[in-house]
Design a protein around this ligand. Structure first.
Ligand SMILES: *Cc1c(COP(=O)(O)O)cnc(C)c1O
Length: 464
């Protein structure tokens, strides 16, 4: 992709298409971009379902032997090929040596997660000792809030997005209650301006400036799950900390998608799941981050034996020697069967860098946006084209790979027609499709096929 650096996706597409003597919408342009994609080999590390494999596909409409068009890595990433091998190794070990597996083999269960935390830290821009792999995402959010949310009468609020992911909303609400405060008073919800879909950075910063003195924790997502908006985490962190707030991020949709610099930005804490862009399989092992500046000052509210210094953990003398930082937040010994698939995926991330993935992502998602804008209109005064509005910000710095498309027609039928034709994507009633070309394994060909299939699906759903 290096040859395309410095140009906008539109410029790149127009240059490529004119050099090929083809329209930017032609399949040749997609093939050319795939051929010159220096990350294209990474797809070979994943198992891509065929169209016939997908339960809703209709083989009278499409060739079932082809790869499906998988654009839902924002919900569940594809299976890394090595996941099965690593799982089998550990099942084998268990069957052959039982308890000795804790300390034997290439992946001793006793410290298996530690071996992959460096790979994880690289993906989120953290130091290894700032990251712990443990639990599920919502559990980690709770554990972090228990230490960072210490409300006082003067400073008792948590500032978050009005339309945060439900689990985050409930977690914050219940933490406020747990501390004896009232969510009505202490949950400060930030909405976009009337008629707008996404939050303006200036409005977020202004709200922090205005309300910050009463806010204990600013808690945002990194990438908003519904709109795909990538927040300016550096600016939010700086603004919140200037007002004396702790600032944390839920990076569920940002980890493995956007280029994160949790350490350099000075983020206080963060958490994320690993089954979306990090491809660890449903319910995979989640991540937590605490900045090293809090190494000795922030302590876990709840303790378990896995937070004890591993050197003396097994002396079992019930005198807790707490590991510093996020490591002290560990509670239980690790589920090795969850470590295996995450290791398989993180090793693929280790073959490249988030910077290189992001470079591809800008062009890949820019290509999707270009084709949407070419075939569809946002303008209701143009009755001949269906209206499809991209609600994700058009500024690439304010989005990851996902585009959220809002349709003027009811989306249920269109979605079912897409599914019949081998597209895996995500629908949110009443009118939004979330389309996420993941730079780790999606191709320009996938995007091109998606656009062609969307045309057929729209036609089929308006005929019936
Ligand atoms: C996916 C997602 C979750 C899911 O939480 P789990 O604890 O992993 O079930 C929570 N919050 C956000 C922002 C998400 O995107």
């Amino acid at each position: 992709m290096d040859r395309f650096v410095g140009s906008t996706p539109r410029e790149t597409l127009e240059r490529v298409s004119s050099s090929l003597g083809r329209s930017p919408t032609s399949a040749e342009v997609a093939s050319y971009l795939d051929k010159h994609d220096e990350l294209r080999h990474l797809r070979e590390n994943f198992l891509v379902p065929t169209i016939a494999d997908l339960p809703p596909s209709d083989l009278s409409l499409v060739d079932g032997s082809k790869d499906c068009i998988y654009l839902v890595g924002n919900s569940l990433g594809l299976q890394p090929k090595m996941a099965r091998k690593y799982l089998e190794e550990e099942l084998d070990k268990w069957s052959k040596m039982g308890v000795h597996g804790h300390t034997s083999g290439s992946r001793p269960w006793g410290w298996a997660e530690n071996n992959i935390e460096e790979l994880m830290a690289n993906v989120v821009g953290a130091k290894t000792e700032e990251v712990a792999l443990m639990n599920g995402l919502t559990v980690n959010l709770h554990l972090l809030l228990l230490s960072f949310y210490k409300p006082t009468a003067a400073r008792h609020k948590i500032l978050l997005e009005d339309k945060a992911f439900p689990s985050d909303h409930y977690a914050v609400e219940s933490q406020i209650r747990l501390r004896g405060f009232d969510p009505q008073q202490s949950m400060l919800l930030l909405s976009p301006r009337p008629g707008e879909e996404t939050l303006r950075t200036e409005d977020i910063l202004e709200a922090i400036e205005r309300e910050g003195h009463s806010v204990a924790v600013v808690m945002f997502s990194g990438v908003q799950y519904y709109t795909g908006q990538l927040f300016n985490m550096a600016a939010i962190t700086e603004a919140g900390q200037r007002k004396g707030c702790y600032v944390g991020f839920d990076c569920a949709h940002a980890a493995g998608n956007a280029e994160l610099k949790l350490h350099d930005w000075g983020v206080d804490f963060a958490c994320w799941c690993s089954y979306k862009y990090l491809n660890s399989g449903a319910g995979g092992l989640a991540g937590a981050f605490i900045h090293e500046k809090h190494k000795d000052s922030i302590r876990p509210a709840l303790s378990g034996w896995w937070g004890h210094d591993p050197k003396t953990r097994f002396q079992m003398n019930n005198v807790l020697e707490l590991q510093p930082g996020v490591s002290g937040f560990r509670l239980s010994n690790q589920p090795i069967l969850l470590v295996c698939p995450l290791q398989a995926s993180l090793e693929v991330f280790g073959m490249t860098s988030m910077q290189a993935l992001r470079r591809k992502s800008l062009l890949l998602t820019g290509y999707l946006e270009y084709l949407i804008q070419h075939y569809y209109t946002e303008d209701p005064a143009q009755p001949r084209k269906p209206h499809v509005r991209v609600i994700t910000p058009s500024d690439p710095r304010q989005r990851g790979c996902q585009l959220s498309l809002s349709f003027s027609v009811p989306i249920g039928k269109v979605f079912r027609e897409l599914e019949k034709r081998g597209v895996a994507c995500d629908m949110r009633e009443p009118s939004v499709l979330r389309i996420a070309p993941a730079p780790l394994y999606n191709t320009f060909g996938d995007v091109h096929r998606f656009i062609a299939t969307l045309g057929s699906a729209l036609a089929a759903s308006s005929n019936k």
